[in-house]
Design a protein. Structure first.
Length: 367
């Protein structure tokens, strides 16, 4: 891997010689512009407007254009004379919690490696200090003709550098949010929560750039002289204006089906959600999109205890039903006689209990 910057990390009085390496790469396929009539390459040439002639790169400088359109030349000597202490130094300014960094400020990522054996010990010291403190380092450094802000954090056994935008480079989102006053009902939020839970989590390593893969197949087919066999992707149907609650319910149903859950479970969940709505729904507009399928989750087996309980309950219900049917089949006279015998037994049992209690009381009085 080729380094793009050499310098030092300034950590107080500790200096760590380092090299910066790109941590990411672009996997996109690049195209060239051609003349469609004869496939001739279309190239860009840098031309001087005054002479109307192409200019070599060694003759090209830079200038600042003011509001009136006048150009003020800025030479390399002018830039070299600027007081830029971070020209070859990545100077750590502070250590803060990563949660204090606005994700909008995050830019390109790089890996920091040591430059020579002398940097191994201080590099490891900084890495372990960052690990134990669970903080990130904020640093300033110069790259490509300007001073930049960066964040250092630990990735495995390596220190990574994330380029940060300066705070004044992040725009305020004024006027972007909807201006209309909208009230979101608790039932709608509950359905949104259900949809989020149904979609669940995803391992980012499982996600693929399907367009890039299809583009590679197309290029390979063209290079081999074969006719591309890829079918065109389905175009999304026109937007369907539906009730927001209906859109959420349909989204939950589609997500559950995509995850391999049964239609009965989806219907039961929908009925439970309807019961919690209280019957009041607010009409709104939304667009229903078909959800892509995910890997089917393995079906959950019911615990053995629950299965046994269900069987016992079912057997008990069957026994009770048989007893009731047998009683119905008996003649009315037998049923009445049986009822009288049961009442007589209950009465005798009550009298016996009363005598025992009277005897106990008399014994207590005599003592």
């Amino acid at each position: 891997m080729r380094s793009i910057w050499n310098g030092n990390i300034s950590f107080g009085l500790v200096s760590i010689p380092i090299k910066i390496y790109p941590a990411t790469e672009d996997h996109s396929i690049s195209f060239r512009q051609i003349h469609t009539r004869d496939n001739g390459r279309i190239r860009y040439r840098k031309v001087c407007e005054l002479e109307d002639k192409p200019v070599e790169s060694g003759e090209i400088g830079r200038a600042y254009e003011d509001a009136d359109g006048a150009l003020v030349p800025i030479t390399e000597e002018d830039l070299a004379a600027l007081p830029l202490p971070t020209t070859h130094t990545l100077e750590i300014e502070a250590f803060i919690s990563a949660s204090e960094i606005d994700p909008l400020q995050m830019g390109d990522a790089y890996y920091l490696g040591t430059s020579g054996a002398a940097g191994a010990k201080p590099y490891t010291l900084l890495r372990e200090a960052l690990k134990r403190s669970e903080k990130v380092a904020i640093a300033k450094y110069a790259h490509r003709g300007r001073e930049r802000l960066g964040m250092l954090r630990v990735v495995g056994d390596t220190i990574a550098l994330h380029r940060l935008l300066w705070p004044d480079e992040v725009r305020e989102p004024a006027g972007v949010a909807p201006k209309e006053k909208v009230t979101v009902k608790p039932a709608e939020l509950d359905l949104a929560d259900t949809l989020m839970e149904t979609l669940g989590e995803v391992d980012l390593s499982d996600l693929r750039d399907e367009y890039h893969e299809a583009l590679e197949e197309l290029v390979a087919a063209k290079m081999s002289g074969a006719t591309p066999t890829a079918e065109p992707g389905e175009r999304p149907a026109g937007a369907q204006v539906v009730d927001l609650m209906a859109a959420l319910k349909e989204s939950v149903r589609s997500a559950k089906e995509a995850r391999g859950e049964g239609a009965e479970e989806a219907e039961e969940a929908e009925e439970a959600e309807e019961a919690g709505e209280g019957g009041a729904e607010e009409e709104g507009e939304a667009t229903v999109h078909e959800l892509r399928g995910r890997k089917k989750a393995p079906a959950k087996k019911a615990p053995a205890k629950k299965a046994a309980t269900k069987k016992t309950t079912a057997a008990g219900k069957k026994t009770a039903a048989k007893t009731a049917k047998a009683a119905e089949k008996e003649p009315a006279g037998k049923r009445q006689a049986g009822a009288k015998k049961a009442a007589a037994k209950k009465s005798a049992a009550k009298k016996t209990t009363a005598k025992k209690q009277t005897g106990k009381r008399g014994t207590r009085t005599a003592s």
